[in-house]
Design a protein around this ligand. Structure first.
Ligand SMILES: Cc1ncc(COP(=O)(O)O)c(C=O)c1O
Length: 386
């Protein structure tokens, strides 16, 4: 049994999350968890380091077969190992796709509020961004999001790529089969390739089920680049390794050429960690993690509902991220500044996820219950004195 209550002190490391702000500020922002990676992964990394040579490495066919088997075992998705291309991270993966699919006239579409880095492809790649905001539905103190198909239809017209976040960061939504089918139909009709960022696919809460978009049909697979990584679920994002699954041969050729053009290497330790994760050896740990994260999610939602009047929250299906709406509270101005100054807690500023995120904050509950509680208590007290 893993004791997720027991977490190491990360202030003594170069952790971005734990060192960006002053020591008195409790960080609940950046999307990495505070838990050590699973023992089986750490043991494999120890063996790799003990070998002593840390040279350039690339996956061989047997490696890709491990990834392919995982897609089949988890989702019944038959992935030809030849479709898989390594990439030094998911962000890298969709920026490469954007170079292939978009241009200064042909933009990309995102569903806001969405992961802040999705917005940055505009500057990093030099392509126009189009937004198809999700529709927010509120019921008392709970919020959830649905696809606005009209907005999506309008945004994809003339675009080169639809960058889908599935499961969705920050709203924690797993899109249903019907939603995925409809979004894929709209994109296929408009000849827009979908890049499906599925980095959070294995962080499933409360028994939620996940299906990769490309697994739904051959036609959809041919029109989709899927980006996967073990980094979020096994908490090894610092090792920079991910995979693009590109069933369409022509697109794969272009994608690979573009990737090679960017001095294309991947971390050898990242490859070692991912191999263990995709082989399923970390699954018992993952099961425990999901149970702990589900309990953290429930603790968060209960606490906010009971003690933070006016705050509305999502009930995420996946991810270790909560999304809190402060627009109906007595906090004036930016809730990010308010809590940083008055509660000494740093969450992720909602406006970084798009203008629909103004007045919202994202909270990372991938930490010990004690730290989560400490952050929430600080926030509650600050609200009581607002
Ligand atoms: C949706 C999403 N995609 C990509 C990333 C980053 O992936 P990588 O570190 O592999 O570039 C994150 C990290 O938070 C994320 O939430």
């Amino acid at each position: 049994m893993t004791n997720f209550n027991n977490i190491p002190d990360r202030r003594k490391t170069l952790s971005i999350k734990w060192t960006l702000y002053d020591l008195d500020i409790l960080p609940m922002w950046l999307a990495d968890m505070d838990f050590p990676a699973p023992k089986v992964i750490l043991n494999a990394l120890h063996r790799h380091v003990d070998h002593g040579v840390l040279g350039y490495e690339i996956p061989e066919r047997a490696y890709y077969e491990v990834v392919s088997r995982r897609m089949d075992e988890l989702y019944g998705w038959k992935v030809d190992p030849d479709w898989i291309i390594y990439t030094p991270g998911v962000n890298n993966g969709y920026n490469i796709a954007a170079r292939v699919l978009c241009s200064s006239r042909k933009g990309y579409v995102i569903q806001t509020p969405v992961y802040n880095e999705f917005h940055d492809a505009e500057k990093k790649v030099g392509i126009p961004k189009r937004v198809a905001p999700l529709a927010m539905l509120a019921k008392v103190d709970r919020i959830r999001y649905e696809v606005d198909y009209d907005a999506l239809k309008k945004a994809v017209r003339g675009a080169g790529m639809f960058l889908l976040c599935h499961p969705h960061n920050p709203v924690g939504k797993i899109f249903s089969r019907a939603e995925l089918m409809m979004m894929a139909k709209i994109c296929i009709e408009n000849k827009v390739t979908i890049v499906s960022d599925e980095i959070h696919a294995e962080i499933l809460l409360d028994g939620a089920k996940f299906k990769p978009l490309a697994s739904l049909s051959k036609e959809i697979a041919e029109n989709t680049i899927t980006l996967i990584s073990a980094s979020k679920a096994c908490n090894v994002p610092g090792l920079s390794a991910a995979f693009a699954i590109v069933p369409n041969a022509e697109l794969r050729k272009k994608y690979f050429a573009s990737a090679l053009g960017m001095s294309y290497e991947v971390s050898s330790l990242g490859l070692t960690a991912s191999r263990v994760a995709f082989s399923g050896k970390a699954d018992p740990w993952l099961k425990e993690l999901r149970r702990y994260l589900t309990a953290n999610r429930d603790f968060l939602v209960d606490y906010v509902t009971k003690y933070m009047p006016g705050v509305r929250t999502t009930l995420p299906d996946a991810t270790f991220l909560g999304w809190l709406d402060f627009t109906q509270t007595n906090i004036h101005g930016s809730p990010f500044d308010f809590f940083k100054e008055k509660a000494k807690v740093a969450l992720s500023n909602g406006k970084l996820f798009g203008k629909e995120g103004e007045g919202y904050l994202r909270i990372n509950f991938g930490t010990s219950r004690a730290i989560l509680k400490e952050g929430l208590v600080r926030m509650r007290k600050a609200m009581e004195h607002a």
